[in-house]
Design a protein around this ligand. Structure first.
Ligand code: 3PY
Ligand code: MG
Length: 240
């Protein structure tokens, strides 16, 4: 299936999405009716596991939402199972540097970029043989998070890696890791964001970020971020 989020990013369309923590297919389908561009099915900070993710992917697809997933950890099975149920991109938390990024590429991209294992599965209609490998390499958005001081220190090397398709900034964890929890206007935090944006620009890759609400999302777009994940389905329900 074609990755419409990837196309929108390439056209500079500033896509907007949200995290999904409820695990509800009905909620995902309703989000698709709002005109959002993508959802991130959160396998890190919510009870959602791979089996539920497969159901939510179906719900997203039926309403034209691009389904991404945030993986629970950097491991071969965690990454492989999410990709095989048909998510169109992975957000990878807690990256600690360029070696972690290389490991992610190894697990998530087929040869020659990486060493992803192949098996007919939901993503390919349980059909095609490995000739589809280069197609999936091109369609799968692999997006490490920059949310640790260690990743920030190596962000230029991470963004330059072939196989890394963009960076997603986690403001909460990044500020905690920098010793300034929640201080999003602190000069050190602002400088970190500028450094990550500059690294993405020079690698020609999109820079995505989390924002708590619509006002914060508009602010991030005006600062030049390419896509924003605004809140989560649960917070949107509460504020609604
Ligand atoms: C963070 O702010 O740390 C995130 O990962 C956002 O989801
Ligand atoms: Mg985080």
């Amino acid at each position: 299936m074609k990755n419409t989020l990837k196309e929108k990013l390439a056209r500079g369309e500033k896509p907007l999405g949200t995290f999904v923590n409820t695990g509800s297919a009905a909620v995902v389908e309703c989000l698709g009716c709002t005109g959002l561009d993508f959802v991130i099915l959160d396998n890190e900070h919510s009870p959602i596991e791979t089996e539920t993710t497969a159901t939510l992917v179906r719900a997203a697809e039926c309403r034209g939402l691009t389904p991404l997933a945030r993986v629970r950890e950097i491991s071969r099975p965690a990454i492989l199972k999410l990709l095989d149920v048909g998510v169109q991109g992975l957000i990878i938390p807690d990256v600690r540097g360029v070696e972690d990024a290389r490991r992610i590429i190894r697990y998530a991209k087929y040869a020659p970029l990486g060493q992803r294992g192949f098996c007919p599965s939901r993503k390919d209609g349980w059909g095609p043989v490995p000739q589809a490998m280069s197609y999936f390499n091109s369609q799968t958005l692999l997006i490490p998070q920059c949310e640790t001081a260690e990743a920030l220190a190596e962000i230029e090397a991470i963004t330059a890696l072939p196989g890394v398709d963009g960076i997603f900034i986690g403001p909460f964890d990044l500020s905690i890791s920098l010793g300034i929890p929640g201080e999003f206007e602190n000069p050190a935090f602002r400088a970190a964001l500028e450094r990550i944006l500059a690294a993405c620009r020079s690698a020609g890759k999109p820079c995505l970020i989390f924002a708590g609400d619509g006002t914060a999302a508009a602010h991030r777009f005006s600062q030049g971020f390419d896509a924003v994940a605004m809140g989560q389905d649960a917070t949107l329900l509460i504020s609604g």
